[in-house]
Design a protein around this ligand. Structure first.
Ligand SMILES: Nc1ncnc2c1ncn2[C@@H]1O[C@H](COP(=O)(O)OP(=O)(O)OP(=O)(O)O)[C@@H](O)[C@H]1O
Ligand SMILES: [Mg+2]
Length: 252
């Protein structure tokens, strides 16, 4: 592949696992290192994506089926890929995206009990197979994540605990299937530790990217890498809830 392209990183994980905080810190670290970074979130970041996000996450929207939900998330993602992600990658930029296709697989597929094989095909085809080069899966037990989220819950966060347990298991199953792309990080660790792991992994992969193309079919997959040890149900102190706003997701 001679086409000049950047590097596509996504952050994934259950509610309150620290995706948005870690994404922000990663973007800052990459920019400090002199890299050109585009920071987006899915759903969101485009005019249509922001509207879809409101419909998808607003607690007052009731009765949406998992399939409707999946297709709306995918629609927003198509727009995000075409409007922002592809052009940024074509310019050689690093793209950091808060959630992406794996969220649909975990939430609507595993959590919502849709046909996951079908959803994989439809979800990937819709975005023309543009999958991340690297995905950081921040893993926390459901209860630990919810203790961080606080009392104000959006439509997805209001779903039953069983839904959230299924989606966490779903995420881990996705990581087992794609151990080279998806790196699992124990996100029960303190924020600064998690940030260190995230940055180490990203910086290492970026350097390797030049020598060893990530899409090289001769690269043998490795077993899932769990950074920071298995996630335990450790209790932390009560946490301050700071919700990122759309403004946090600057385009450049
Ligand atoms: N490792 C951590 N330890 C303790 N608290 C954390 C950690 N990471 C994030 N938090 C806190 O948990 C809350 C949720 O974090 P954040 O919004 O980054 O998570 P998220 O995965 O983006 O959540 P959501 O799924 O709701 O988008 C915030 O108050 C944040 O400061
Ligand atoms: Mg978030």
């Amino acid at each position: 592949m001679s086409e000049k392209r950047g590097f596509f990183i996504t952050l994934e994980g259950p509610e309150g696992s620290g995706k948005s905080s870690q994404a922000r810190q990663l973007v800052q670290a990459l920019r400090r290192a002199g890299r050109r970074v585009t920071f987006v979130r899915d759903p969101g970041s485009t005019a249509l994506g922001r509207r879809l996000r409101r419909v998808l996450l607003h607690a007052d929207v009731r009765g949406m089926t998992p399939l409707t939900e999946a297709l709306l998330f995918i629609a927003g993602r198509v727009q995000l890929v075409e409007e922002l992600i592809k052009p940024a990658l074509a310019k050689g930029r690093i793209v950091v995206c808060d959630r992406f296709h794996d969220s649909t697989m975990a939430y609507q597929g595993h959590g919502g009990e849709l046909d996951v094989a079908w959803l994989q095909v439809v979800g990937r085809r819709a975005i023309g197979g543009l999958m991340p080069d690297l995905t950081l899966l921040l893993d926390v037990p459901t209860e630990a994540g919810f203790r961080r989220v606080g009392r104000h819950r959006d439509r997805m966060e209001r779903k039953a605990q069983a839904f959230h347990r299924r989606l966490r298991r779903g995420y881990l199953a996705l990581a087992r299937r794609e151990p080279r792309r998806i790196i699992v990080i124990d996100a029960t660790q303190p924020k600064t530790r998690v940030a260190q792991h995230v940055q180490q992994i990203v910086f290492k992969r970026l350097r390797m990217g030049r020598v060893l193309p990530l899409r090289d079919p001769t690269v043998r997959p490795r077993p899932p890498t769990i950074v920071g040890g298995p996630a335990g149900g450790r209790r932390g102190p009560p946490l301050r809830v700071t919700r990122p706003t759309e403004k946090s997701y600057g385009m450049v």
